[in-house]
Write a protein that binds this ligand. Structure first.
Ligand code: SAM
Length: 207
C-alpha cells in the first residue's frame, strides 16, 4: 500500500495502491475484532469517543484532508487507542480494493459534503454504485448510518438508494433531530449544526 505510514495514523501519500494488500486491511490492527468504518471522519471526534467506549471493536476513520485527520491521529495516540486507525485517502479508493466483502459491521457517514452545484453532483459520495459497494462490504445484519443537515441531500440519498435497489436492505429507520446509533455522542459538525438550531436528518439501513 502506498509509501508512507505515519506512526499510528496510516498516511497513504501515493495514490497508487498495491492490490496485493487487499483483504488484509483488518490486519493493521493488533487484534482481529468487529470492524467499523467512518467515511469522511474529519477531526475524528465521533470515532475517538466510540473507540474508547468499545475496546472490543476496531475502527477506521477515512478522510482525504490531512489537516482535519491529523487532530484525530494525535488524540488517538495520546489516548493509547490501538483499536482506532485513521487513513488519509479517498473512500472510493480504499473501499473497493482494501475492504473485503462481508467484513464491516457498521459504516458511519456523517455530514458528507453535499456538493450543492448541479455540475458537482457526480462528486457526491453516495451514488448508486457506491451504495452497492457498501452493501457488499457489510456483514449480514450490518448497518449503514447516515446523518445530514441538508434536506436536498437526504432526498438525493434516498433517490440513489432506490436506484441501487432498496430491496437489498432488510430494514430502514429515519429520524429527525435524534441520533439513532450512539445517541450520546456527536460529531464535530453535528454539534455545530445542533447548536445553530438546524434540522438534522438521520437514516439507518440494515443489511
Ligand atoms: C462536512 S465534513 C464532516 C466531518 C465529520 N463527519 C463530522 O460530522 O464532523 C466532511 C468530511 O468528509 C471528507 N470527505 C469528503 N469526501 C470524501 C471522500 N470521498 N473520501 C474521504 N473523505 C471525504 C472531507 O475531507 C471532510 O473532512
Amino acid at each position: 500500500m502506498g509509501r508512507t505510514f505515519a506512526a499510528r495514523g496510516v498516511r497513504i501519500e501515493e495514490r497508487r495502491i498495491d492490490r496485493t494488500f487487499a483483504g488484509a486491511i483488518a490486519d493493521l490492527f493488533p487484534t482481529r475484532q468487529p470492524l467499523e468504518i467512518e467515511i469522511g471522519s474529519g477531526k475524528g471526534r465521533f470515532l475517538l469517543h466510540r473507540a474508547q467506549a468499545h475496546r472490543d471493536r476496531n475502527f477506521f476513520g477515512i478522510d482525504y484532508r490531512w489537516r482535519f485527520l491529523k487532530e484525530g491521529v494525535l488524540r488517538a495516540e495520546q489516548r493509547g487507542l490501538t483499536n482506532l486507525i485513521f487513513l488519509k485517502t479517498e473512500a472510493e479508493e480504499i473501499i473497493p480494493h482494501l475492504v473485503p466483502p462481508a467484513s464491516v459491521e457498521v459504516f458511519h457517514i456523517y455530514f458528507p459534503d453535499p456538493w450543492h452545484k448541479k455540475k458537482h453532483h457526480k462528486r457526491r459520495l453516495l451514488t448508486p454504485e457506491f451504495f452497492k459497494l457498501l452493501h457488499a462490504s457489510l456483514v449480514p445484519g450490518g448497518l449503514l448510518e447516515l446523518a445530514t443537515d441538508n434536506f436536498d441531500y437526504m432526498i438525493a440519498f434516498k433517490a440513489a438508494l432506490v436506484e441501487a435497489g432498496d430491496t437489498l436492505w432488510s430494514g430502514m429507520r429515519e429520524t429527525r433531530n435524534e441520533r439513532i446509533l450512539d445517541p450520546g455522542v456527536q460529531t464535530h459538525f453535528e454539534a455545530k449544526y445542533a447548536r445553530a438550531g438546524r434540522d438534522l436528518y438521520y437514516i439507518e439501513l440494515c443489511k
